[in-house]
Design a protein. Structure first.
Length: 153
């Protein structure tokens, strides 16, 4: 089930002992520095460091899990082919097939960890995706896992 919250997904609104996964979309060209990753990098250095070190070995549809705190794991989901400045709004860089694959990987990890999932409106910003379509994919995959989508205020 999807719950909408106001706030910052890098500060999940949970009890300290709850397991949390924070998924977000990364591109496949090594670009990091705009959108939600700015907030991630301000809070934790590990997701960016691991992405920069390993992005070439992660194809579209791959997910890189980075534990940043005892109960918080960030999921770098490679679901964006290139970046919007190299593509057009008519042909946005989001790859919906890759997104679905990465979200299924996050779902499996969330079930294994008994974790809730906390995220921004993934894929609908710099990746150029259609949020109503993305929300439908999330809702179908995470039918029995709580997902919190944060609207930054």
């Amino acid at each position: 089930m999807i719950f909408n919250l106001k706030g910052d997904a890098t500060y999940p609104q949970v009890k300290e002992t709850e397991n949390v996964i924070i998924p977000h979309i990364t591109n496949n060209i090594g670009a990091w520095g705009a959108g939600f990753v700015i907030a991630l990098s301000k809070r934790w250095k590990e997701p960016e460091a691991m992405y920069r070190e390993l992005y070439k070995s992660y194809a579209l549809g791959s997910t890189m899990f980075v534990q940043v705190e005892k109960n918080i794991t960030v999921a770098n989901m490679t679901a964006q082919n290139d970046i919007i400045s190299n593509t057009s709004r008519d042909n946005p860089p989001i790859d919906y097939v890759a997104l679905e694959k990465t979200l299924k990987t996050v779902y499996n990890k969330a079930k294994l960890m008994n974790a809730s999932v906390h995220m921004p409106k993934i894929g609908s910003g710099l990746a150029g995706g259609d949020w109503s379509l993305i929300e439908k994919i999330i809702d179908e995959i995470f039918a029995d896992v709580d997902v919190y989508v944060y609207i930054f205020n």
